[in-house]
Design a protein around this ligand. Structure first.
Ligand SMILES: Nc1ncnc2c1ncn2[C@@H]1O[C@H](COP(=O)(O)OP(=O)(O)O)[C@@H](O)[C@H]1O
Ligand SMILES: [Mg+2]
Length: 277
């Protein structure tokens, strides 16, 4: 563990690069009303508490289990707000490190704060998992996909569902074809600007594909303000994490590495990992 922490600190010290804030410019260009009407129009889907609990989606209520995610939220939001950032990518070196689990918990934790709206978009189009983790059959995700959203063929308002008053999600029923092409499509920037302008979320959380498997995630990083790397204890190697940090730092601001799936945690909430970074 110590070696991992040292390697991460070293990699970070090497980078120290701060990418210019893209969102600050957007915010000034899109001084819009608050978007409350648009949020009201999104349909709300019911959550199944047993499924959520089974899949470690625990941050919708202020319970001890939610504490690690609340700490991650506070730290992440503070850095983002200080820098005027609103778009966060969550990625990992390889599959199954816990990106979707942490994206959803972080989104719930953010939405629990007063006056803070969160939008989550599932972009791991080859291996979508959010509907399963949430235990829901999202009635909207089988009509069109996030691919249609990013290419401008479907509107956010036609695809997104509300899980709570202040949390909206776009999820996928199954793999989306042409995932790489979609993430490279010229319309992506404008689509994201439009969502921000209309819905005015404090944060958009993008549940990304793994970084070292193909080019999908890197292609999208130019559209976000910052990124978190999720590493799985006992699975992700120091070399993988180091490479992720270096690659990501060439495109965006790396907030840090979250070590997930720790068997032993200082918090005592065993099994939920150490979400410190
Ligand atoms: N802290 C954890 N402890 C144990 N299992 C976890 C933890 N976080 C996630 N998982 C499980 O690992 C699997 C992969 O998680 P997921 O969030 O879908 O990963 P990814 O999105 O990175 O592919 C899921 O079955 C999930 O429930
Ligand atoms: Mg996933």
């Amino acid at each position: 563990m110590e070696r991992l922490q040292t390697a991460i600190s070293k990699a970070r010290a090497k980078q120290g690069q701060n990418h210019t804030s893209r969102t600050t410019v957007n915010l000034q260009a899109h001084a819009q009303p608050l978007g409350a009407e648009q949020w009201q129009e999104l349909p709300e889907i019911a959550l199944s508490k047993p499924a959520l609990q089974r899949n470690r989606i625990v941050a919708m209520d202020a319970t001890p289990e939610a504490t690690p995610f609340d700490m991650l939220r506070t730290k992440t939001l503070r850095t983002m707000q200080e820098n005027g950032w609103r778009r966060l990518a969550i990625t990992s070196p390889t599959a199954s490190c816990g990106k979707s689990t942490i994206s959803l918990n972080l989104a719930f934790s953010v939405a629990r704060q007063s006056n803070t709206r969160a939008i989550g978009i599932e972009l791991d189009m080859r291996q979508p998992n959010q509907n399963r983790l949430l235990g829901v059959k999202n009635p909207r995700s089988n009509k069109c996909s996030v691919g249609d959203l990013l290419t401008g063929d479907a509107m956010f308002g036609d695809l997104a569902v509300k899980l709570q008053d202040k949390l909206a999600l776009v999820t996928n029923d199954g793999p989306v074809s042409n995932a790489s092409d979609v993430l490279l499509s010229e319309t992506v920037g404008q689509v994201l600007d439009n969502i921000e302008a209309q819905y005015q979320p404090e944060i958009m959380i993008f549940d990304m594909p793994p970084l070292l498997v193909n080019d999908d995630a890197m292609a999208f990083m130019r559209y976000v303000d910052c990124a978190l790397i999720i590493a799985a204890a006992g699975h992700s190697t120091i070399a993988e994490i180091d490479r992720c940090e270096r690659d990501l730092a060439s495109q965006t601001n790396v907030l840090g590495v979250v070590l997930n799936k720790c068997e032993f945690t200082a918090s005592g909430y065993g099994g939920y990992g150490n979400y410190g970074y």
